[in-house]
Design a protein around this ligand. Structure first.
Ligand SMILES: Cc1cc2nc3c(=O)[nH]c(=O)nc-3n(C[C@H](O)[C@H](O)[C@H](O)COP(=O)(O)OP(=O)(O)OC[C@H]3O[C@@H](n4cnc5c(N)ncnc54)[C@H](O)[C@@H]3O)c2cc1C
Length: 409
């Protein structure tokens, strides 16, 4: 028997959960499939989300998905200089957050099929009119006939792969350990220390009861675990602390890290096609400097649900009628290539120049304003004129765009 629906959401991460919730709120007949047998595990995220993201998405978190309230980000430059980007938010129990999102969509009538992996798609036409896709794969509810498929399959980008819509993205590796008794003042500590994380950074993201995610992203994929171990061994705050398995991992398993890959080549060229909308990591939406993707996934999902509802009400789900989605995210999301230029400028600096730049920033970077930026410029012009012209403007832009209001987290 063929399962039919208005919208098939592929993947139940934050993007898929948000797409299912918003589509169900709009009264669509929604099916969500998830490859794994449980939503959200293994966790592949530092697990933080800003207040701005939650209010942007109209989400009120239940207590059980929250691990800790946090004040913002502290950036630590190579010489130890520390500067804050204060804006409040939460560290989540991310798998519980993702489960909560999908549960709400199910309460509104969506169907959830776990252990279902999309593998093939066939275009359906009737009398020359596009009618949707017949989707098949591993799982007993297949085949599924969907007017619109929302691809929320993360970095796997399964619809792009099957339909050859986009090139494979460039990716960066991220991994972390859960550690215990980690000291914190409730800031997320981001270490820009290229010695350990080349073209990336390291983090300590505090959780409840002294727990913390300590991890890194680096372009040197094969060395990620070794470099993280070396960072922990060399850093006084962490070197004597215990590494444990996170609570969602079965007892008795060997202690090890968890993580994944993150797309870093920017939004895909094609994010909509006949009966297809790509969202979140599957569309290449991650914030370039600190690689946060949850806020972008949640928001792109909202745009996709709205576009899907409009197209279905008109009875035409061809690309022409879905282009509103691509227009929406382009109008809303910050300019990827400008931020990327800032990131490249930052990572082209020596450790010493990076630290000089850090020392010129005000202690609180969240709202520098025109006078604050002018002060940084004057300090840099005095200390390193060449640095000012080469890197300060794009790097300052990249830090600015890492704020929550620009979908940084
Ligand atoms: C180590 C690490 C730390 C990170 N830290 C942060 C952070 O602190 N803050 C932040 O905002 N972002 C962070 N990110 C990025 C963030 O995790 C992603 O941007 C975000 O999860 C994207 O959400 P998504 O829903 O698009 O994709 P995903 O969360 O990847 O979800 C995709 C889902 O699709 C499923 N799937 C894949 N293929 C199929 C298929 N064929 N059929 C059915 N289901 C399928 C997968 O199993 C998965 O559940 C981090 C990433 C990593 C790797």
């Amino acid at each position: 028997m063929v399962t039919t629906c208005d919208v098939l959401v592929v993947g139940a991460g934050p993007g898929g959960g948000s797409a299912a919730l918003h589509a169900a709120r709009l009264g669509l007949n929604v099916v969500v499939i998830e490859d794994h047998n449980e939503i959200g595990t293994p966790v592949h995220c530092g697990e933080c989300i800003s207040d701005i993201a939650l209010s942007n998405l109209d989400l009120t978190l239940p207590a059980e998905v929250i691990s800790k309230r946090v004040h913002g980000i502290r950036v630590i430059f190579p010489d130890g200089t520390q500067k804050r980007l204060t804006e409040h938010g939460y560290v989540l129990e991310k798998h519980l957050f993702e489960q909560w999102l999908v549960d709400q969509s199910v309460e509104l009538g969506a169907s959830l099929f776990l252990g279902h992996k999309l593998q093939t798609m066939e275009r359906i036409e009737e009398n020359g009119k596009f009618m949707g896709h017949l989707c098949d794969g591993k799982g007993d509810q297949f085949p599924i006939n969907a007017k619109i498929v929302i691809d929320a399959s993360g970095v796997a980008g399964i619809c792009s792969k099957i339909l050859e819509l986009n090139d494979r993205p460039k990716v960066i590796a991220g991994m972390q350990y859960e550690m215990l008794d980690v000291p914190t003042d409730d800031y997320l500590d981001f270490y820009i220390w290229p010695e350990y994380a080349e073209k990336g950074y390291l983090w300590m993201i505090p959780k409840c009861e002294g727990r913390a995610n300590v991890g890194l992203v680096t372009e040197v994929k094969s060395g990620a675990v070794k470099e993280l171990d070396r960072f922990i061994a060399d850093t006084d705050e962490f070197k004597n602390l215990e590494v444990v398995n996170p609570p969602w991992r079965d007892d008795g398993r060997k202690v090890r890290g968890f993580g994944g890959t993150i797309p870093i080549s920017g939004p895909h060229e094609t994010t909509h096609s006949d009966g297809i909308l790509l969202i979140g990591d599957a569309a290449g939406f991650t914030s370039p400097l600190f690689e946060g993707g949850s806020h972008l996934a949640l928001k792109s999902a909202q745009f996709a649900a709205k576009t899907a509802a409009d197209a279905i009400s008109k009875g035409d789900f061809t690309a022409t009628n879905l282009k509103e989605y691509t227009e929406s995210w382009k109008a809303e999301f910050p300019p990827y290539h400008k931020i990327l230029r800032g990131k490249s400028a930052l990572y082209s600096l020596s450790d010493n120049d990076m630290s000089v730049m850090g020392r010129c920033f005000p202690d609180e970077m969240s709202d520098m304003g025109v006078s604050g930026k002018a002060m940084v410029a004057i300090r840099l012009l005095i200390r390193r004129p060449s640095l000012y012209f080469r890197s300060i403007i794009p790097a300052m832009l990249a830090f600015g765009y890492s704020r929550a209001k620009y979908y940084g987290w």
